[in-house]
Design a protein around this ligand. Structure first.
Ligand code: SAH
Length: 255
């Protein structure tokens, strides 16, 4: 591992090369018009700051530049391949952590109105400062999805709600669906067992007003693994009793 660069010119070069390889995969062909050289450089700037901040904050377990390119950047962008992301759509990333996928969406699709939500204040502070430095227009919100889902400013306000690596689908649905407008899309970014989670989510989706429309399995480039994208459309409104109080969706999932 000692020959893997962690910063400086070697890191930048390795990262950009790996990123070009990742984005050259046929999977990303529909996104190519958005993936200009300038955007790739912006992604690099974001990743450099992330790796730097990661010394004191727990933002990512992955620090190898090629692995970041595939497993964080490539993976984050896959959500744009399902559902519907119209020009200017309002998007909320629940449990964004170090900014995945939300920061990538904001960089690659500056037309989107992106809100990054996390319950960890330090992560949100980091994202707010990177967004300022890079002049990426995102809104950052420190809070729990269960609370935001009950506030008028956030409830049923988004065209797309996305989440990666936050909770199992029956729980995640309760965190995300209340924030969605009718006809909006909830995109759950899951690992290889995504279909099994969907099979457990029938009741949660029925109760919360969601309906699964598309399940897409993707193989990340550079052998970075299998992912499952689940696109759920909000067909009905969410009853006022949801989301339940913080922690309850995880403790008593709608199974
Ligand atoms: N989406 C990122 C981070 C995943 S880790 C990625 O894929 O890399 C899960 C994140 O969700 C953590 O940062 C945690 O603070 C946040 N989180 C967990 N439960 C939450 C909740 N109920 N509301 C908001 N954020 C939550």
């Amino acid at each position: 591992m000692s020959d893997v660069p962690v910063s400086g010119a070697a890191f930048r070069e390795t990262f950009l090369q790996a990123l070009d390889q990742v984005l050259a995969a046929p999977l990303f062909a529909p996104l190519l018009p958005f993936l200009t050289r300038e955007k790739r450089e912006m992604i690099l700037s974001f990743i450099e700051r992330l790796v730097e901040a990661n010394r004191s904050l727990n933002l990512t377990a992955i620090t190898d530049p090629a692995a970041i390119a595939a497993k964080h950047v490539g993976d984050s962008l896959t959500c744009l391949l399902v559902g519907d992301w119209p020009e200017g759509a309002s998007v909320c990333d629940i449990g964004t952590g170090g900014g995945f996928p939300g920061m990538l969406l904001a960089i690659v699709r500056p037309d989107l109105d992106v809100c990054l939500v996390d319950s960890a204040g330090k992560k949100v502070e980091f994202l707010a400062s990177v967004a300022r430095e890079l002049a990426t227009p995102v809104r950052t919100v420190h809070g729990r999805a269960e609370e935001l889902g009950r506030r008028g400013e956030f409830r049923e306000r988004y065209d797309v709600v996305v989440a990666r690596a936050v909770a199992r689908l029956p729980v995640l649905a309760e965190l995300c669906l209340p924030l969605l407008k009718r006809s909006g899309w909830f995109i759950a970014m899951k690992g290889p067992a995504g279909r099994e989670e969907l099979a457990e989510s029938g009741r949660a989706l029925r109760v919360l007003g969601g309906e699964a429309h598309e399940v897409r399995e993707v193989a990340l480039p550079l052998d970075a693994g299998q992912r499952t994208l689940i696109a759920i459309r909000k067909e009905g409104s969410t009853p006022p009793s949801y989301p339940r109080r913080p922690g309850i969706p995880a403790k008593k999932p709608l199974l």
